[in-house]
Design a protein around this ligand. Structure first.
Ligand code: GDP
Length: 323
């Protein structure tokens, strides 16, 4: 074969390989551009709404009602409330699966209706004592509430009466600084009730509108903790305290009920802040708590950010529960 022909063939091969490489690269680029972004791995949701839809299936029979009751219990609504809700919906003889679903939704909403959920801010200053087990979100909730009240034009002082944990007072101080509330602290290991007293005293002297008192939440040494809380309540004005809010972690399920009972032996709980509702698809604990102890849920925590607190609204809560 002559050399010129060889050079031409070699040249052709080089050109073909180059063209192939370029178009493969272009295709790869197009693939990259065209490929939809990978969706984040969604957490498995076994919410009440799905469970009820699954239980209802396509027709209503005996088994359906049992499955619905199981779904309500699994969502923490509580055994007694679940069976009463099912009995009430059955008694209305729904004709269709959709009517039954609507009946359950209405029954849940009426369970939660008719309670005063407003935050009482009587007093000058109004004193709000916040109690709850450590880790439920007490400190975060106090900061969120302070931010909310400041946003409404009120002045706020925070009292760091959890003197058992140095970190708690630090955290409160940090949050207070961020949201713009004055923080009154005491000595580490000092008398929590005297910190509450000082915080209220300082607020009164400065004409501050609201004092929010953080308290310890250790459950070992329960007796000491409860008598400490009683003392804080007494020193903070006793019956004149505007609110005693219990912070409850929604993901704790039925354990939460035991916590409400425990704390209400020591102090008269006037409202509940249910935190971490963003972390659970259950949430039926609201019904169980309000039913068994008659204490209204006043706020819900829906995230870790300072704005992630909302006044509790039964209609939208039931709607999201039944989605
Ligand atoms: P405390 O020990 O009761 O004072 O609890 P903290 O306020 O320190 O909160 C404990 C943890 O729960 C922190 O990591 C908070 O960010 C988190 N937390 C508090 N409230 C909420 C909430 O509504 N949703 C979620 N997802 N996390 C929360």
């Amino acid at each position: 074969m002559d050399t010129t022909l060889l050079i031409v063939i070699a040249g052709l091969i080089v050109v073909l390989v180059a063209v192939g490489l370029v178009s493969a690269r272009r295709r790869a680029d197009q693939d990259t551009v065209a490929a939809p972004p990978r969706p984040p791995a969604a957490p498995p949701r076994y919410g009440l709404g799905q469970a009820i839809r699954r239980a209802l299936g396509t027709r209503l029979d005996e088994g359906t009602w049992d499955s619905i009751e199981d779904a309500l219990i699994a969502a923490d609504v509580g055994v007694a409330a679940s069976s009463e809700i099912v009995a009430e919906v059955r008694a209305a003889h729904p004709d269709t699966v959709e009517e039954a679903r609507q009946g359950i939704s209405d029954a849940l909403e009426s369970e939660l209706s008719g309670r005063d959920r407003s935050l009482n801010l009587d007093g000058a200053p109004a004193v709000v004592v916040v109690v709850g087990v450590n880790g439920t979100g007490k400190t975060t909730t106090i900061a969120k509430l302070a931010k909310r009240l400041l946003g409404e034009g009120k002045t706020v002082t925070l009292g760091a009466a959890d003197t058992f944990r140095a970190a708690a007072a630090e955290q409160l101080q940090t949050w207070g600084g961020r949201v713009g509330a004055q923080v009154v602290r005491g000595q580490e290991g000092g008398d929590p009730a005297s910190v509450a007293f000082d915080a209220i005293d300082s607020a009164r002297a400065k004409g501050v509108d609201v004092v929010i008192i953080d308290t310890a939440g250790r459950l070992h040494g329960k007796k000491n903790l409860m008598s400490e809380l009683e003392k804080i309540y007494r020193v903070s004005g006793g019956d004149d305290v505007a609110e005693v809010l219990l912070v409850l972690d929604a993901t704790a399920g039925q354990n939460g009920l035991a916590q409400v009972a425990e704390f209400s032996h020591a102090v008269p709980i006037s409202g509940i802040v249910l935190t971490k509702l963003d972390g659970t698809a259950r949430g039926g604990i609201v019904v169980a708590v309000e039913r068994s102890l008659g204490v209204p849920v006043k706020f819900v925590g829906v995230g870790e950010g300072m704005d992630d607190i909302e006044p509790f609204d039964p209609a939208s809560f039931v709607h999201s529960l039944m989605e």
